[in-house]
Design a protein around this ligand. Structure first.
Ligand code: ADP
Ligand code: MG
Length: 351
């Protein structure tokens, strides 16, 4: 082999802590006017929000072997996803993301180049969502990788949407389609097992681009929040779908002290998701109800607001909020009503 063909990996210890931080945070572009000082001092400096606005603050941590498997997660995608899931939480409050800090704990088995890949994904996401990376912390771990992202956002105070504002008669709506991320995870898990049993085997992932993308690189629905602003509609309640539709409906109904009727036939499911579900002998609606990691928005609106929504095609009405005494129900495909169960996916998904 020519020497040029040999990929060179740089040990983290070669750069040292300060060298590594400088390397990873080099050439960060700052886009938010409220960022007065980003990386490089003891603290970032952020201007307070404008009069009538509030700040939103959230954090989400991802640990190797729990939230992601490096065998099939490209590091760049991982970096992107850690930022996107945080942006999603700000969207779920009907807010606009502004800054993130990113902390990583990493074992010495990682190279500088592998961290570069993670940061490429982080920076790509920051650019896409117009979020400034303004700081973080870097430490070593005994084994494995942990990435923790904390995000700041803002919103006009009266436009912040909580989980607890749903009222009987409101429409229950969802953005995009559901279950795709779980379908993607299932494909990747099967591929990992197949390759583990026979390393010569190439996993068959052709034709599943949509569900793989939803699992590896989910996009936060900033476009839906923009649509609410443009339509002058404020949802009565909202949550992002990280744990599966059924679980999130329970969160909204419990917080709002309401019941609800979900119509199973109305839940939007992508054709690739349906295909993967059928190949695994599972009803596709089970992926949508219990799959998780969709990062779509689940929200309720006053029915009078439905016609005000510009680009109403971006959302689907899947049910209605009921008084608490009616319970949290699903009208199944056969027309029968059942209490909406929250099912876990033991075994496959460690969450
Ligand atoms: P201190 O010892 O004062 O905490 P550090 O040496 O940890 O300072 O960090 C120096 C600067 O680099 C700070 O602005 C910090 O926010 C930033 N920083 C450190 N680690 C990261 C990282 N992984 N990603 C982004 N910024 C980082
Ligand atoms: Mg520090």
């Amino acid at each position: 082999m020519e020497e040029a063909d040999v990929k060179k990996y740089t040990e983290i210890s070669k750069l040292g802590e300060f060298g590594l931080i400088k390397h990873l945070t080099d050439k960060i572009e700052l886009l938010q006017p409220s960022t007065l000082k980003g990386v490089g001092d003891d603290a970032a400096v952020i201007a307070p929000p404008a009069a009538g606005e509030v700040m939103l603050l959230s954090t989400d941590m991802m640990a190797e072997g729990i939230h992601f498997e490096l065998t099939y997660t490209p590091l760049r995608h991982l970096g992107y996803k850690t930022v996107a899931v945080n942006v999603s939480d700000i969207c779920a409050m009907n807010g606009e993301p502004t800054q993130v800090v990113v902390s990583i704990a990493v074992s010495n088995q990682y190279s500088v180049e592998s961290l570069d890949e993670i940061y490429k994904g982080i920076k790509f996401a920051c650019k896409e969502y117009k979020v400034d990376l303004v700081g973080g912390d870097t430490t070593s771990s005994r084994s494995g990788l942990v990435i923790d992202v904390t995000i700041l956002g803002k919103a006009p105070k009266e436009k912040v949407v909580y989980r607890n504002g749903a009222k009987p008669g409101d429409l229950l709506c969802v953005s995009g389609d559901l279950g795709a991320s779980y379908a993607g995870l299932l494909l990747l898990e099967h591929a990992r097992k197949a390759v583990g049993a026979d390393p010569a085997k190439k996993p068959e992932l052709q034709g599943y681009g949509y569900v793989l993308q939803k699992q590896l690189m989910p996009r936060a629905r900033v476009d839906i929040v923009e649509m609410f602003r443009a339509s002058d509609v404020v949802p009565t309640s909202m949550i992002d779908i990280s744990d599966g539709l059924a679980s999130e409906i329970h969160h909204i109904c419990n917080a709002s002290q309401t019941g609800c009727l979900l119509e199973e036939l109305k839940v939007p499911i992508h054709e690739e998701t349906t295909k993967v579900a059928k190949e695994n002998g599972v009803p596709p609606s089970l992926f949508a109800l219990s799959g998780g990691e969709d990062y779509e928005l689940l929200f309720t609106i006053n029915p009078a607001d439905l016609k005000k929504l510009k680009e109403a095609g971006m959302i689907t009405v899947i049910g209605e909020i009921l008084p608490a005494e009616d319970g949290i129900m699903i009208a199944a495909k056969d027309g029968k009503m059942h209490p909406l169960a929250v099912q876990g996916w033991d075994g496959l998904k460690a969450k």
